[in-house]
Structure formats: C-alpha cells, structure tokens
Design a binder for this molecule. Sequence first.
Ligand SMILES: Nc1ncnc2c1ncn2[C@@H]1O[C@H](COP(=O)(O)OP(=O)(O)OP(=O)(O)O)[C@@H](O)[C@H]1O
Length: 234
Amino acid sequence: MTDLLEIESLSAGYGRAVVLQKVSFTLAQGQAMALLGRNGVGKTTTLNSLIGLTRFHSGRVLLNGQDMSRLSPERRVEAGIGWVPQERGIFRSLTVEENITASARPGRWTLEAVYELFPRLKERRRNFGNQLSGGEQQMLSIGRALALNPKILLLDEPTEGLAPIIVEELLASIRRIVREEGLAAIIVEQHAQQILAMTERAVILDRGAVAHSGDSAALAADTETLGRFLGIGT
Ligand SMILES: Nc1ncnc2c1ncn2[C@@H]1O[C@H](COP(=O)(O)OP(=O)(O)OP(=O)(O)O)[C@@H](O)[C@H]1O
C-alpha cells in the first residue's frame, strides 16, 4: 500500500541556507506523528517545506504517490494538505464564521462539525478575528484548516503561548481529531509526553536531520533518547 505522505531525502531552507539535510520519513493513512526537537532544529522548516514555503534544494515530497515538491502552496492545499501555521494566519477583518466558511470544501468537517469540536467558536461566530483571545484564534485556525477537509493536517506548536487551561482544552481537541476521527497529522509541540500519548509515530530532528524515528509509545518510555535530544525525561 502506498503511504499517504512520503518525504524522501528532503533538503530545503531559506535563500542559500540549507536548513533540512536529507530528511526522510513516511506517514500512513490515519497515522499521527509527533515532530520533536530542541529550538531551531528545523521543525517549522519541515512543515513549511511540506506546504511549499521554503527553498527546495533536493529530494521529494509525495502525497498519495504524487510528487508535490514543485507545487505552489495553493496547489498543495488543493491536493489535501491542511496547514495550521505557528502565527495562526486567521483573517482579522472577517468573522469567525466567515473565516471557517471562506475556503471550506465538502466533507466530514462541516461548519457544524467544527462548532461541535470547538463550542467556543460557535459562541463567538459573529465576532471578528481581531476580537478573539489567543486560544480562540488557535481554535479558529484549526477549525478553518479542518473545514478544507484535508487528507493530512500540519499543526505547528498549536499550544504555544497559551494559558495552561486552554492548552489542556486544545490538546483534548487535537486528540479527538487524530484518535477518534483518525485524521493523519504531523504535530510540532513542546508538550512532548502529551503529544507522544496521542500519536503513533515520532520523529526527532537535530540540526536539520532526523536523529530518531520510531513508535511514539516506545519513545515515551525511552528516557535516554528524550533526555539526549529534548532535555526531558531524565
Ligand atoms: N525565514 C528564515 N530565513 C532564514 N533562516 C531561517 C528562517 N526561518 C528559520 N530559519 C533558520 O532555520 C533554522 C531552523 O528553524 P526552525 O524555525 O525550523 O526551527 P524549529 O525547530 O521550528 O524551532 P522553534 O522550536 O524555535 O520554532 C534556524 O537556524 C533558523 O534560524
């Protein structure tokens, strides 16, 4: 069976700087992957490369066997990549509802399904993007990506800078998306143990290269590797 996503020896960066050095991993349909590593190792650059926002040097990015390495970000979204950027990227002058429906496509994730996942968004549906708290903006960013009914969701530090109670709420929603709904996802997160508990696969990057790749459950128990590459668990 073809993997949903195949990254083959991807080297990419910004301008002349090559940040990712021959990064390879695969993800099957319905699998969620934790993408971990210390600050500055290339996690965001990996997600940016999957959506097409970096300078591509060599390698291949395949979605359902189709090579996307040279496609524009718009074409990659059309092909089924859902992207939730670190800076959230919501339209501040549109309402919550307009943000969700502006680019929606038919599928499991209707407006009602997004509201059911994030009841706060329904309460706030007539508010503008610039009237939302950080947590609500993050929910909207995820809801908007879901409404595109992607084949795979890329989440870049979705809980960064949010209050602990909101972090727990968001992590519970993300767990539901990947565990109960079975949507394929790559999740970059500082809350490593919580993300390992809801994903099947884990990749650790170190200085732009894959330093570890394996089962999330095995990594969660591997204090030596967690300590060496993330400075936790020891
Ligand atoms: N727009 C850019 N132009 C040039 N270099 C960049 C740019 N964005 C990131 N970099 C560099 O690429 C490297 C990897 O950064 P990246 O943001 O991918 O790391 P990260 O693992 O996501 O870290 P963090 O957890 O801090 O977000 C860093 O050395 C960074 O300085």
